[in-house]
Design a protein around this ligand. Structure first.
Ligand code: 3HC
Length: 674
């Protein structure tokens, strides 16, 4: 069956409208492109056609080239390198004797925008998203985008849009000259028709963007801009090659002309499309979208129930972060605390979270007022009688949580979802004192909850599928990536990563320097090494969760005395500016030579004589010793069916722990090769 098509309609005005039809986002599949080629050829040959308009069905121009096609040998291959870009878009469409105009609604991304830029003019709705986000997939724009975008908007802006994969809206595109006119959705195609006719009748210039030069900076200045971009790219992503390659391709076009640029773009694109980087990033793209497809839940045809009002119990760091996330997505929220002082602190934290958005220019003062008005602080359960969902976010204390859930059962309506933000405690125990097991669920956010993109939804054997479906819908509305997992100590994310710290502690007892471990792991791509992470979460939390793992997974826990000994000396982490590192007032971490003293003591308690071989471990050895136990744990999680699929665990590692996306592919290979 064909994957998408185009349809052509020729109006009495002599304009042929070619519509891309490939739901939901009209990607340019091979079938779409072949059908487009045929229709366009016909439009050129027909005497009753004076001009052509390209548009997309159902309010979306195109989400770009079909990502499914990358790295796969399909039944169609370009007859020559760069055929689509050079022969179709440049020599046929852009050089045609009939003008084309793109009518852009919704989105024109990647190949979608590249098609539009090869047209002789573009009309967009004010809110449409236009961008070249290919770099986030490990590839570069491959249909002329590296050449046409700089010529339409100037080099600096083009580099910003391409290197940051950052789309712009229609209105900004007009100001920059990327589009020629703005029109609302209902008159978009008509405006494009009129524009196309004006070009055909030479009442408007007939512009080929590939050969425009007026927006390009003089050569010397252009080189400086490109070199600055190289430095920035290396700083932001030292492990990535393709942004640098993309800059080289842009430079080729500026120095040697657009045709040389197009050729280089085509050759490099072909290579990058089969690179490991691209495979990893495309795997992440699809895996992220697959997390919300849960067999036995989302395939039952159930609609999510509407959640209007949410209550949060506990206004600490997590509770206030969760409240922030919810009000930002227009949920009415009640925040409950035990006394006035804690309540005010919680509400103030929510305000501070919003204020930081205002300070960064991401929110207006007016929107701030509107958003904060959705939050109400309370000291009792009086107003819980009409809430649709409660999220408990108090400290990790089982008996306290049990009492809260028993109270919630009394005060909330029978349909209300009872969720806990616990990161480790078994949900069956939390709900033990209630008769509401079917509506008890885990809603595990990651700190800071209003920023981190992952939501771990934990189900017990008794949680009803409807409750999961409802929570998945809330997750989507608050723009989190949800993964649905089973109930066990640490659930999926924390359980998968508990060996991260454990292995590091074991290595230190056996002679490896903790700062070396952190350095190597950070170089590998993690946001921070295990010791810096322990400092950040605090030794109290690290020891408490360590005990919990020791109780539940004793066969694979390492009992190091290092943390408890440091706690005795009140070295408890970043909060007190003293843990494995020392912290200055700007929270900058520096290694502390005194750590040696604790390490030596820990080794002697463990009865370990440092092995000289272990002191000479290579970076690769350290990475394998820290991460392979995590992969083993991930395998156990899959075996026990705590996770639905391996790719959910990849997404959990990337979004919950900051695991580098480029390593994901190899991790999946390890999981799949078992
Ligand atoms: C040669 C060229 O230079 C190379 C290219 O063009 S590469 C492609 C460049 N384009 C992109 O990177 C855009 C990727 N897509 C996106 O960012 C987002 O999907 C979007 C902004 C288009 C839409 O977002 P949203 O509305 O939240 O819907 P989202 O769930 O992401 O996508 C809807 C479906 O379309 C699919 N999809 C989106 N873009 C796609 C694409 N370019 N190719 C194939 N499928 C695509 C998704 O996989 C998803 O499928 P599913 O329903 O089976 O899970």
């Amino acid at each position: 069956m064909a994957k998408g098509r185009t349809e052509m309609e020729v109006g009495a005005d002599g304009v042929a409208v070619i519509t891309i039809i490939n739901p939901p986002v009209n990607p340019l599949s091979v079938d779409v492109l072949l059908s487009m080629g045929e229709n366009f050829g016909q439009a050129l040959r027909r005497d009753d056609v004076k001009a052509i308009v390209f548009t997309g069905a159902k309010g979306k121009f195109s989400g770009g080239f079909d990502i499914n096609a990358f790295g796969k040998k399909g039944n169609w291959e370009e007859p020559e390198v760069g055929y689509l870009s050079k022969v179709f878009l440049s020599d046929t469409l852009e050089s045609a004797r009939k003008p084309s105009v793109a009518a852009i609604d919704g989105l024109a991304l990647g190949g979608g925008l590249e098609l539009a830029m090869a047209c002789h003019a573009r009309v967009s709705t004010p809110t449409a998203q236009l961008g070249l986000p290919e770099l986030q997939l490990g590839i570069i724009p491959g249909l002329g985008g590296t050449q046409r975008l700089p010529r339409l908007v100037g080099l600096s802006k083009a580099l910003e849009m391409i290197l940051l994969s950052k789309p712009i809206k229609g209105q900004e595109a007009l100001d920059l000259g990327l589009v020629d006119a703005i029109a609302p959705s209902d008159t978009l195609v008509n405006t494009a028709r009129l524009l196309a006719l004006e070009i055909a009748e030479f009442r408007r210039p007939w512009i080929k963007s590939l050969y425009k030069t007026d927006k390009l900076e003089p050569l010397g200045e252009a080189r400086e801009i490109l070199n600055f971009a190289r430095v920035q790219s290396l700083k932001q992503a030292p492990n990535l090659q393709h942004p640098l390659i993309c800059i080289d391709v842009i430079e080729e076009g500026i120095v040697s002309g657009p045709n040389a640029g197009l050729l280089k773009e085509a050759m490099v694109s072909r290579e990058l499309q089969s690179s490991e980087t691209s495979k990893s990033l495309i795997h992440v793209f699809f895996s992220q979208r697959a997390t919300s497809k849960v067999p036995g839940i989302t395939d039952l045809g159930r609609a999510p129930r509407k959640i209007n009002k949410v209550a949060i119990v506990g206004g600490g760091l997590m509770g206030s972060g969760i409240a922030t996330t919810l009000i930002l997505s227009n949920y009415q929220v009640i925040l409950k605390e035990v006394n006035e002082k804690f309540l005010n602190a919680g509400v103030d934290r929510v305000k501070a979270n919003l204020q930081s958005r205002v300070n960064k220019g991401k929110m207006t003062q007016e929107k701030f007022e509107g958003t904060i008005s959705l939050l109400k602080g309370v000291l009792d359960y009086e107003q819980f009688k009409d809430v649709d969902m409660v999220i408990e976010a108090v400290i990790e204390n089982l008996s306290l949580k049990q009492q809260i859930f028993a109270d919630l059962e009394k005060h909330c309506p029978p349909h209300c979802i009872l969720a806990s933000n616990t990161s480790t405690i078994n949900l069956n125990l939390i709900g033990e004192k209630t008769k509401s097991q079917d509506r008890i669920v885990g809603a595990h956010f990651f700190s800071p909850a209003h920023i981190m993109p992952l939501l771990e939804i934990v189900r017990t054997h008794k949680t009803s599928p409807q409750v999961i479906q409802d929570l998945l819908d809330v997750g989507k509305k608050i723009r989190k990536t949800p993964i649905v997992v089973g109930n066990c100590t640490g659930f999926a994310v924390n359980r998968m990563f508990f060996p991260y710290t454990q292995s590091a502690l074991l290595l230190v007892d056996h002679g490896v320097d903790p700062y070396q471990i952190d350095r190597v792991v950070t170089k590998f791509g993690m946001p921070m090494g295990p010791f810096r992470l322990v400092d950040l979460v605090g030794f109290g939390v690290a020891i408490a969760s360590g005990i919990s793992y020791l109780e539940n997974y004793p066969d694979r826990c390492y009992r190091s005395m290092l943390l408890p000994m440091m706690v005795e000396d009140k070295r408890t982490g970043e909060a007190v500016r003293k843990g494995f590192y020392l912290y200055n007032e700007k929270r900058r971490a520096s290694p502390d030579p005194e750590i040696k003293k604790y390490i030596e003591k820990s080794r002697s308690i463990a009865g370990v004589i440092p092995d000289p071989k272990l002191m000479k471990l290579t970076d690769k050895d350290i990475i394998e010793m820290v991460f392979l136990p995590c992969v083993n744990e991930a395998c156990r999680i899959l075996d026990e069916k705590i996770a639905v699929k391996a790719s959910d665990l990849d997404i959990a590692s990337v979004m919950g722990m900051g695991f580098p996306t480029l390593q994901t592919w190899s991790k999946v290979h390890i999981l799949e090769a078992r």
